[in-house]
Ligand binder design. Structure first.
Ligand SMILES: C[S@@+](CC[C@H](N)C(=O)[O-])C[C@H]1O[C@@H](n2cnc3c(N)ncnc32)[C@H](O)[C@@H]1O
Length: 291
């Protein structure tokens, strides 16, 4: 116990002492929220090490910050496609950390078949890359490592409608990593949630869109195009130039091209002030960098 407490405080002192200058400075005079949010991303990376993923932290930090500015106390962060669970564990740990930093509670939910990929149906599922049963899960081993995350096992075609009908906190962040077009289509139903169950803008991460044989007419990119074509008031758009808005040393990381926003245009709060441009005329409570 004493040893654990000593380790805990030693770690905190190291994190503080080695934190980049930006994380220790006063952000209250910045025009934009990006430096403060980036400092959070860097602090989380330092504190959690390999148990976090920078794109997840970035997306969750922005989601929680939007919620904070809208006065929403609790949000949901989702991973679609869990497999071994490294991504869900990252969401799990980061949610706890960000909650302390920003004061917004974050529920974490993972969706997976539990049995690896379903059978690719046709060329849209890229059977040249994926096969049935790829990425199986060791459920027991994974559950033993989760702190708060809820695991919904079964095909997303079944589990997502159940989730949408449940009493969940507004969706703020989604990582799409189901690999298949035919799985991503039903998963996108999450973005049809009623306005009280979703933030007006949802941070989305699409894992399978760069390199290999991914294209506009297969996989996640095709699913996004079809979703946009089918919805007048809900649209998914890449965050253009995201690499200019993440911490500088991540600027050439490929994940900066995988960051999207779902715009819930019919959300009654879509046009409310979101805190990204920190207008000094508005008396908005500015979050502190956590220590
Ligand atoms: C690449 S893995 C996910 C990896 C994980 N996100 C990570 O970063 O550690 C893709 C997962 O999607 C799941 N999956 C694909 N289609 C699915 C569907 N229709 N329903 C449920 N799970 C599905 C598979 O079980 C597989 O484990």
């Amino acid at each position: 116990m004493i040893k654990q407490t000593f380790r805990h405080w030693l770690r905190r002192i190291i994190v503080w002492a080695t934190a980049p200058e930006a994380t220790r400075r006063d952000f209250s005079r910045d025009l934009f929220a990006y430096p403060m949010l980036n400092a959070l991303v860097e602090d989380a990376a330092m504190a959690l090490g390999p148990q976090q993923r920078p794109p997840y932290t970035w997306g969750m930090a922005h989601a929680a910050y939007l919620a904070k500015n809208l006065g929403i106390a609790r949000i949901t962060a989702i991973e679609l496609g869990v497999a071994g669970g490294n991504g869900l564990i990252a969401l799990d740990r980061t949610a706890v950390w960000l909650e302390q930093a920003l004061g917004v509670s974050i529920d974490v939910v993972g969706f997976d078949s539990g049995e690896g990929l379903p059978k690719p149906e046709d060329h849209r599922d890229l059977p040249n890359l994926w096969a049935q049963g790829d990425f199986a899960m060791d459920e027991q081993a994974l559950r033993a490592q989760l702190q708060r995350a809820q695991l919904h096992l079964g095909l997303v075609e079944d589990t997502i409608p159940e989730f949408l009908a449940s009493d969940h906190a507004p969706i703020g962040f989604i990582s799409f990593d189901l690999d298949l077009y035919s799985s991503t289509i039903p998963a996108l139903a999450l973005l049809e949630a009623s306005p009280d169950r979703i933030l007006p803008r949802v941070q989305c991460y699409f894992d399978d869109i760069l390199g290999f044989t991914f294209a506009d007419f297969n996989g996640e990119r095709l699913a996004i195009r079809e979703f946009n074509a089918a919805h007048d008031r809900r649209k998914i758009s890449q965050i253009y130039g995201a690499r200019f808005y993440v911490p500088a040393h991540y600027a050439s990381a490929n994940w900066t091209e995988k960051l999207f926003l779902a715009h819930i245009l019919d959300h009654p709060r879509y046009n409310d002030y979101d805190g990204l441009v920190r207008n000094p005329r508005l008396d908005i409570d500015r979050p502190n960098t956590p220590r």
